[in-house]
Design a protein around this ligand. Structure first.
Ligand SMILES: Cc1cc2nc3c(=O)[nH]c(=O)nc-3n(C[C@H](O)[C@H](O)[C@H](O)COP(=O)(O)O)c2cc1C
Length: 168
């Protein structure tokens, strides 16, 4: 049985809503155990237990929230123990051009430094919806979350879990 952790910093609940939908999608994949955990319940050393780690943050000034950066900085103490794990990132922003890609890439950058295998957000083959908001480098949504955003988050979770189940 492979395992996935989904967690994010979220002040006003939007990024957390995406986390829940990502978890819902990931749980559709057989043979993968998925934990969607509140940010304050996770420590850097918990990451070692998982095969896949999906991390999210709201966009703050074009980057990630300080709280997630602090968490990532703490992962220096598990350096070497995350090698070969699958990683993926997600974000929410206020504005369409507000910095979703730069925020996602900050998370992805840390994952790559850990030697993780990063999974992006391809436009889902399951999606027939042309409104796909896909982040390319990870999952992203802006403004008020729509049903479509939550559906894309489910597809993303399912996709990452499928990769985890294949390679872990
Ligand atoms: C301190 C701060 C900085 C922000 N900076 C940006 C920004 O640079 N670009 C943007 O599009 N939205 C920005 N926002 C809006 C948040 O990214 C957006 O509301 C996000 O969805 C909030 O996520 P949450 O509900 O999970 O806390 C900022 C919000 C705060 C509080």
């Amino acid at each position: 049985m492979s395992s996935i952790l989904v967690t994010c910093y979220s002040r006003t609940g939007k990024t957390k809503m995406l986390a829940e939908s990502i978890g819902k999608g990931a749980k559709q994949v057989e043979g993968v155990n998925v934990d969607v955990l509140a940010f304050n319940r996770v420590t850097a050393s918990d990451l070692v237990r998982y095969d896949g780690i999906i991390l999210g943050s709201p966009v703050y000034f074009g980057g990630i929230a300080a709280e997630l950066k602090e968490f990532i900085d703490d992962t220096t103490f598990v350096r070497g123990k995350l090698v070969g794990k699958v990683g993926a990132a997600f974000t929410t922003a206020g504005d369409r051009t507000g910095g979703k890609e730069t925020a996602i890439l900050s998370i992805v950058q840390a994952m790559l430094i850990h030697g993780m295998i990063v999974v992006g957000d391809p436009i889902s083959t399951e999606s027939t919806n042309e409104e796909h908001n896909g982040g390319h480098y990870g999952l992203a949504a802006d403004g008020q979350l729509t049903e479509n955003d939550l559906l894309q988050a489910e597809y993303f979770g399912k996709y990452v879990a499928t990769v985890v189940s294949r390679i872990c």
